[in-house]
Design a protein. Structure first.
Length: 106
């Protein structure tokens, strides 16, 4: 009977160790998830900032064209349009780094 008691105690200790190890890993996973959420938010902010800078640069280029060529009609120019066969056209929707480029602004 004494042997069974000792054996049970050893197993209980091992179970406790495994529980502590799992709790530690669970906390680590939670911490990793929080870190990923922070990075996701930062990536989103950086993407938005890059897009805004791109649009601002295009707008500035159009303003410069209007100064260099007074009376030039830049209506219809859009940063995502392309020139094909001498015409400005909206490209077919295609993906560049996961961003669909073939839509018009609203």
């Amino acid at each position: 009977m004494r042997y069974l008691q000792v054996s049970c105690t050893k197993k209980d200790k091992k179970i406790e160790e495994h529980v502590k190890e799992l709790e530690k890993k669970d906390k680590q996973i939670g911490d990793n998830m929080k870190e990923l959420e922070k990075k996701d938010k930062r990536i989103y902010v950086m993407e938005r900032s890059s897009l805004e800078e791109y649009e601002l640069g295009f707008s500035r280029a159009l303003e410069q064209l209007e100064v260099l060529h007074p009376g030039l009609d830049t209506n219809g120019a859009y940063s995502r349009f392309v020139v094909e066969e001498g015409r400005i056209v909206e490209p077919e929707a295609r993906s560049t780094f996961g961003v669909v480029t073939g839509h018009r602004p609203t």
